[in-house]
Design a protein around this ligand. Structure first.
Ligand SMILES: NC(=O)CC[C@H](N)C(=O)O
Length: 275
């Protein structure tokens, strides 16, 4: 019997800068095949997004953040035709979703997911843009670690079993905003708010700076779609893949779960449901 492999694609190029760390954490989490693929290889039809079980859209500065983070990148996915075909990269992503695949967008990847409309994906509509990520209230790039609460009632398959996390952030455009109150109500009602920045003393979601690094509404740091298979977040779980990444590892016994857990959950889900 052929050995069944969990196949992961990590996109790269045009200013992406977290692809190697993201690929590393997927291997650590147990994926057998992890390919780093340049976006131009996808546009040239040399590789396909829907040949994989998990698509990782990593962090970085796609197209130099021109026009707003991931904005130009979203246009590439939405409009560029795959060489020789009447097909766009977004069509391949939708095909991957229809086949039951998983997607994680980290930081710049989360910005890409919301700017494409893949999130929040209400009613399985993956092209309607209802939310965005915009400039931090502080007006500057924020680079440090944050405390997060994980919503255990959320359908998100990546965060199963997690209650709180401590993860690094590094972004200039992380403020989550919604088109109108209806969108926010629905995100809440459907438990699509997966993680929120919390106050270290009260332990409650907060809009207070610096605990909320960007001014996100309700302290939202990450959301998922209705199926829980598409997940986007501003913090970088891939950058906390070993205890020595933790800022206090020399000073205390580290209890915060590694970011690797998110990828393990995804890979277990794939083994149980897709292989
Ligand atoms: N680390 C990242 O992916 C940064 C995303 C984006 N370039 C920003 O500054 O907001």
């Amino acid at each position: 019997m052929a050995h069944k492999q969990v196949k992961v694609i990590v996109t790269a190029g045009y200013g992406t800068n977290c692809e190697r760390e993201t690929a590393h954490v997927c291997r650590e989490a147990g994926a057998e095949k992890v390919d780093i693929v340049h976006l131009s290889e996808l546009v040239y039809g040399e590789k396909r997004l829907d040949d994989y079980h998990l698509l990782c859209l990593p962090g970085g500065f796609l197209d130099g953040d021109h026009l707003g983070a991931a904005k130009a990148g979203a246009h590439r996915f939405r409009y560029a035709k795959v060489k020789g075909r009447e097909e766009r990269l977004l069509d391949q992503i939708i095909n991957l979703i229809e086949k039951g695949g998983l997607i994680i967008g980290i930081c710049n990847g989360f910005q890409l997911l919301v700017k494409l409309g893949l999130l929040p994906g209400f009613n399985g509509n993956y092209t309607q843009r209802l939310t965005s990520l915009t400039y931090n209230d502080s007006g500057r790039f924020e680079d440090r670690w944050v405390k997060l609460r994980i919503n255990q009632a959320s359908p998100c398959v990546f965060t199963r079993g997690l209650k709180e996390m401590f993860l690094p952030i590094r972004h200039g455009e992380g403020k989550f905003v919604v088109k109108d109150d209806e969108v926010l109500k629905r995100l809440k009602a459907q438990n699509q708010i997966v993680c929120q920045y919390i106050h270290p003393v009260t332990g409650e979601p907060t809009t207070e700076y610096p605990f909320n690094p960007n001014g996100s509404i309700l302290g939202i740091a990450g959301i998922c779609d209705e199926t829980g298979r598409i997940f986007g977040l501003m913090p970088h779980p891939e950058a906390y893949n070993h205890p020595t990444n933790h800022p206090r590892w020399r000073r205390e016994e580290i209890k915060d779960p590694l970011g690797t857990v998110l990828f393990k959950n995804a890979i277990n889900y794939i083994r149980e449901n897709l292989l």
